[in-house]
Design a protein around this ligand. Sequence first.
Ligand code: B12
Length: 449
Amino acid sequence: MRIGLLAMSGVRAHDPKLLELGLTLPGFVDRSKVVASLPSLGLLYLAAATPEGHDVRYYEAEGDGKEPAEVYTCDLVAISTFSAQVFEAYAIADRLRAAGVKVAMGGLHVSVRPEEALTHADYVIVGEGENVWPAVVEAAERGEGRGLFDARQFPPVDVARLPVPRYDLLAGRPYNRFTVQTSRGCPWRCDFCASTVMLRQAYRKRPVADVIRDIRAIAQLREHPYIEFADDNTFVDKAWGKQLCRELAPLRLKWFTETDISIADDEELLDLMREAGCRQVLVGLESPTPRDLEGMELKTNFKARRAHAALESVRAIQDHGITVNGCFILGLDEHTPEIFPRVLDFAMEVPLYEVQITVLTPFPGTPLYARLLKEGRLLEPGRWDRCTLFDVNYQPKNMSPQELRDGLYWLSERLYSREGVAQRRRGFFENLRRRRPAALHDQVELAMA
Ligand code: B12
């Protein structure tokens, strides 16, 4: 069979005012451009798990939700879904099926809404795909009708035995960043999180040697690639993290990852990360005030426990020449309109090299979604296209939806304006010069990272 893997790329946001601001604010636009140009790692893993003897091709449906004409030459098309693009994905699936092409859908969204997806696809896959995919391919070969495949009915994916994702399928495409996973899942359970935790397996680390093997495969496509680790929380296990960094260092890469704030406690780890090419870490700070974070992490109240030292922790990381992309969620239950200047003050005081502000987003399948639904606070339940992290789709507790939107605009204008960005970054370099002059030698490189 000819098997098409269809990734849905680009970023999504519908709020017209924010889009208008996005056109003029450099910080906002730069980050969007960067994140929009990542390939779908999930589909590259499926490609590697495809039984022999099939012609496998990788396609991109761009931000306009249109599929390339060539996918209609396939016998089976696999589509990967996030909530924000799932209606576009369903429309593509409907068109493909009408043309006689079999469609399989998997990924974060359909894993929590499989019945909905079954009205659009022949095969719907819940959970991690690697061990299920060969059975889906066989079902398509046999011409079987609609079916649901649940990963829990197959052997669990052993991350110590993952194949190299088929990065080779990306040859000739203009990607300048590539994703690699070093781990899957996260030990914490934040009520809003709609990440890998949705796939129902525990937190697992990969063998360091396999991570290096995958990076070497990417290096065959592009010399000195910029790597984004598509992890939820890379440095949970500090000893393993140090080993990872030691083995990354000789590759002379530059990389970015997502991790929790606890890396700030370990000087040796931070030194090793910097030496291994870490240029930025994305850390969910969520709110500048500890009280706002009470109960957010459901297992051990991790977020609230760590919040009192957030400012010092971010500084400790940045003092090593690793920039922090501090993420804040606007519209938490404790938030009143005073939150907007408080986030601004925090970002300027640290000062944070990079800031990401998003609105609280009830993704399907999360404890947050269930709670807001129960409390009658979802404005338009089922409007998955509003799950963009920028479009307000719930009733905040201590402000109106419009106050939340206005606050997002107000804060975006200040954080991402040319002056706002320059002020934060200048502050970052001044601090670095004061505390670690040795880390400054590559400041130009840092400014570009
Ligand atoms: C890389 C990334 C992107 C890339 C995706 C590139 C691409 N074309 O796929 C880009 C930059 C385009 C992107 C965009 C967006 N993203 Co994003 N992104 C990520 C990130 C960092 C890593 C995803 C990843 O690679 N995971 C690793 C792979 C291996 O896992 P996987 O994709 O889940 O695949 C496995 C299974 O799901 C399954 N599977 C997946 N697809 C299929 C298909 C079939 C047929 C089968 C059988 C199995 C299967 O098998 C795979 C292997 O086990 C995650 C956060 C994170 N740390 O996970 C956020 C994340 C996925 N993004 C998110 C969001 C909100 C967005 C945006 C809406 C942001 C915005 N406002 O624009 C847009 C979505 C627009 C869009 N195009 O869909 C949310 C999604 C939540 C949700 N449930 O929908 C996440 C979880 C971040 C978060 N915590 O909020 N993102």
